[in-house]
Design a protein around this ligand. Structure first.
Ligand code: BGC
Length: 879
């Protein structure tokens, strides 16, 4: 379709030059701190980003202007008028207007000037709202009590603007005048509560009314394992008055129907103990107790500036069986994170039980062995007043595909249960599909695996008694997550979480927040700190993140240095975890130490810290030399014990002495292809770095064979065995102990789908996709592949298919970006290349003409096309 569009624009423009000024479209996709119209921003100088729109190819921004105002209808710049600023930057523009006030809504819009200095129209107005910027703005006190807390208050006149600021631990549900406020669940995000507690801001203007109002808060234990509430309401009224309602000793408390709640074990809800009307005005709470003032967690209150956890989908079961009388098993057909919603009618006091699991035994009954100590059981006790009762637990979630229903009065039906999918609501931004079915199923499993494990932190699994922010798991699937979902706000928050656990000695921990594992982290786990920081820079061009975490990443690297001897880092707990063949821990740790030093050096370079850049470059070089001296047998090209991972890691980071690269790679290839019959023997680390290594060494065919294997060990083997997510282990285990069936760490492969098969690659020298390389790998029996990605600058897409004796490739590059498109000649030379029907390479030469194309050259079997922004349709054919 876009081929047609391109032809249209090329032919119309010369005829109608007057149209040119309108070709620069109004900027779209306005973001403040990565969020669309955020409510509750507490950074003093938030940053703005926008996506440029332009009808012509090869376009860019030469200047911009932002207006920020307190007025909604037409931001006129009363808070900030940047004026026309000459700059190509369209991301992370730092607010530089009047100091921001707490609890204030700001409206902003932007326009830009294109390469011909033609102004675009202004964007539609976006807005952002500040949270409470000073701790003195917090009037509410920490209070505690039972799991229901309430307060009534009166508004003398009509509310015109009202907000609630809520920090409720472990989890809360806010209710006003009889109804839940907002759509967050399992709020707030899990943090190190003694360092930081996140609060959420709600617009409650429509929920309040003149006269008596009531606020009710239900509290769950969550990860806090206790209950605490700090909140306040600020209501501005007609006539200029305002009313503040804040938590203090005058709030009342009483246990509600939730008898117990636990993330791992589930919820027990006795509907007979409901207190109808408690969240409405006029309720008689004379027998309720006064809430107590408590010390509360010590952490700083910060605004939750990330996508919240929500119910993102509802799915119906696909199968209902009865393995024993009275025992009903529902199969959702998909392993998910969430809870079920149940419908029931029956006698008062009837106990209905819901148990959740990933697996069934052969006889069709529930297999909960791999949940370890997590009970994953919800119990509902009926009110029994004759009405239909609908139950959905509030303060727990489970990882499950199967639900066992027992104690149900009568015979349940298919629609008795529906599953609610619950996770951090990160927007899908990409898509990858291909002609190979097994890859599409793996991609599907990767997407489910990752989403199921985004629960305000990146978790390792979602079902057993863990669900921790294990740091290796986090960095291993981060790039795949960034290619498929809108992740920057989520990782900005998680990096702050990492910083919050860092010790004065520079140590970080295996899990963040730190519950499980050790301090100091295994070096391969601690690697999440440098790597996530660096990915935020590469994928989103976020320099502020580099500034914020430079000292922290450096301190972690310096800590590793104190533990090293002669350049070798000996300590390791897990190393290349869950492999087929184990790699020496000190080899993995020293590799990570080298990489950390290298990243510190690169960060220092970008931040203009020349001395430190040089110092850490030197350190990285010394570690590399020590690594080679200790682990490389030069004659054979074997590192350590010669495992695949031992060979992969130094090759991936270019640590191998130049004249030994061939031998080291040869040993790896032999092991993959012959010793293992084209199968992996890697754990989680080796697996991630193998695929980009194979592609960068022109071995994409081999990478493809490995990625599409269907026998053990492989992703296809999981698919063959009915997996709908990713397993923790290559093996198909179903007994007790460690074998989660929803562990996203092997999802690292998903990045390779975009980078190699669709061919979309960023360039760290021009981060945030300012420079893109499109290099599709046309491999083996793959007939077509397509990938698209909403980057921070706009859509990058690449889609190819084989033609008889040729190739078709469609590419989209956002305004403001440049790309190098590498089109393989597929051994068809001599070839011609055309774009939207016009030749651009013929008789071995570049043919100029089509807009946006700057040149074509032949680079050893690949035609390299330099393009600016726009949509392109290339066709390669034998001449
Ligand atoms: C977790 C992992 C984690 C590992 C550390 C496991 O129990 O589920 O994914 O990284 O422990 O070895």
């Amino acid at each position: 379709m876009f081929a047609k569009w391109a032809v249209l624009c090329v032919s119309i423009v010369p005829l109608l030059p007057a149209q040119e000024s309108s070709m620069a479209g109004a900027p779209s996709g306005l973001r403040c701190e990565y969020l669309a119209d955020p409510v509750g921003i507490d950074v003093p100088q938030p940053r703005f980003s926008w996506v440029l729109e332009h009808a012509a190819r090869g376009e860019s921004q030469t200047a911009w202007q932002v207006l920020v105002s307190l007025k909604a209808d037409a931001p006129a710049g009363d808070q900030w008028d940047s004026g026309k600023v000459s700059s190509s930057q369209s991301m992370h523009l730092v607010y530089a207007g009047k100091p921001l006030a707490s609890g204030q809504t700001y409206y902003w819009k932007v326009r830009y000037w294109d390469s011909g200095d033609r102004a675009s129209p202004y964007s539609a107005a976006a807005r952002f709202e500040t949270g409470l910027l000073e701790s003195a703005d917090w009037k509410g006190k920490w209070i505690g009590g039972a799991n229901q807390i309430r307060k009534e208050f009166t508004l003398p006149s009509r509310p015109v603007r009202a907000r609630a600021y809520v920090a409720g631990l472990g989890y809360y549900e806010l209710r006003i005048n009889g109804r839940k406020v907002g759509d967050h669940v399992l709020d707030p995000a899990w943090t190190t509560y003694d360092k930081r507690v996140l609060y959420t801001v709600y617009d409650i203007t429509e929920r309040l009314r003149t006269g008596a109002n009531a606020v009710g808060v239900m509290l769950g234990e969550g990860w806090f394992k206790s209950r605490a509430l700090r909140m306040q309401i600020h209501a501005e009224l007609e006539g200029g008055q305002s009313v503040d309602v804040a938590t203090d000793g005058s709030w009342k408390t009483m246990p509600g129907p939730i008898q117990s709640d636990s993330v791992y074990n589930g919820e027990v809800y006795d509907a007979r103990l409901e207190t109808p009307g408690w969240d409405r005005a006029g309720f008689d709470d004379a027998h309720w107790k006064a809430a107590s003032l408590i010390d509360g967690p010590k952490g700083l209150l910060s605004a939750q500036m990330m996508p919240p956890i929500r119910v993102v989908d509802t799915i119906a079961p696909v199968k209902l069986t009865t393995p024993h009388p009275g025992v009903y098993i529902y199969d959702l057909g998909q392993n998910i994170s969430g809870v079920v919603e149940m419908r029931v009618r029956g006698t008062r006091g009837t106990h209905v039980q819901l148990r959740h699991a990933e697996l069934l035994y052969d006889d069709g009954t529930l297999n909960v062995e791999n949940l370890r100590a997590a009970k994953a059981t919800d119990v509902y006790v009926l009110r029994g007043d004759g009405s239909l009762e609908v139950y959905q637990p509030r303060f727990t979630y489970h990882g499950f595909r199967y639900v066992e229903l027992t104690g149900y009065p009568g015979a349940p039906k298919f629609d008795t249960l529906r599953a609610k999918v619950v996770h951090s609501d990160v927007r899908p931004t990409g898509g990858f599909t291909s002609s190979k079915q097994v890859l599409n199923q793996i991609q599907r499993n990767i997407l489910w695996g990752i989403q199921d494990n985004l629960h305000s932190i990146p978790t390792d699994c979602n079902q057993r008694d863990e669900r921790m922010g294990w740091m290796a798991d986090a960095h291993l699937y981060a790039e795949t997550a960034m290619l498929n979902f809108d992740m920057p706000a989520f990782y900005t928050n998680f990096l702050r979480d990492i910083h919050d656990v860092q010790g004065a000695d520079g140590t970080v921990t295996d899990t963040v927040p730190h519950r499980y594992g050790s301090r100091p982290a295994d070096p391969a786990w601690g690697m999440a700190y440098p790597l996530l920081t660096w990915y935020m820079y590469e994928y989103y061009g976020d320099r502020r993140i580099l500034e914020q975490h430079f000292d922290g990443v450096k301190a972690w690297t310096d800590y590793l240095r104190t533990r090293s001897r002669d350049g070798i880092l000996d300590y390791s707990y897990y190393g290349d975890w869950v492999p087929i063949e184990r790699t020496p821990g000190n080899l993995v740790s020293t590799f990570c130490y080298h990489w950390s030093a290298d990243i510190v050096s690169r960060m220092a370079e970008i931040l203009g810290k020349g001395g430190e850049a040089e110092g850490y470059r030197k350190l990285a070089g010394e570690i590399k030399d020590a690594f080679n001296a200790k682990f490389l047998t030069a004659a054979t090209g074997v590192y350590g014990t010669g495992t695949q991972t031992a060979q992969i890691l130094p090759l991936f980071l270019n640590m191998v002495p130049g004249n030994r690269r061939g031998a080291v790679f040869g040993a790896l290839r032999d092991d993959l292809v012959y010793t293992r019959n084209t199968h992996l023997a890697t754990g989680i680390l080796g697996t991630k770095y193998l695929f980009p290594l194979l592609t960068s060494t022109n071995n994409s065919d081999l990478a493809y064979e490995l990625a599409t294997q269907t026998t053990y060990p492989s992703w296809g083997y999981m698919v063959e065995n009915g997996a709908t997510t990713l397993w923790e282990l290559w093996q198909n285990k179903t007994g007790p102990s460690m074998n989660s069936h929803n562990h996203p760490m092997f999802g690292s492969l998903g990045a390779w789908f975009y980078n190699a098969l669709a061919g979309i690659n960023l360039d760290a020298a021009k981060p945030g996709f300012e420079r893109v390389t499109i290099a599709p790998q046309v491999v083996r029996d793959l007939k077509w592949a397509t990938g698209s990605l909403d980057t921070i600058r706009g859509t990058v897409a690449s889609s190819w298919s084989r033609l008889d004796n040729g190739l078709r490739l469609e590419v989209t590059i956002p305004v403001g970006s440049q790309a190098e498109v590498r089109i393989p000649e597929l051994g068809l030379s001599p070839v011609t290349l055309s774009e939207s029907g016009r030749a651009i390479w013929k008789d071995g030469k570049y043919q100029s003409g089509p807009a946006g194309i700057k040149g074509v050259r032949d680079s050893g079997g690949v035609l390299v096309v330099d393009v600016g922004s726009g949509n392109y349709a290339f066709a390669l054919a034998r001449e």
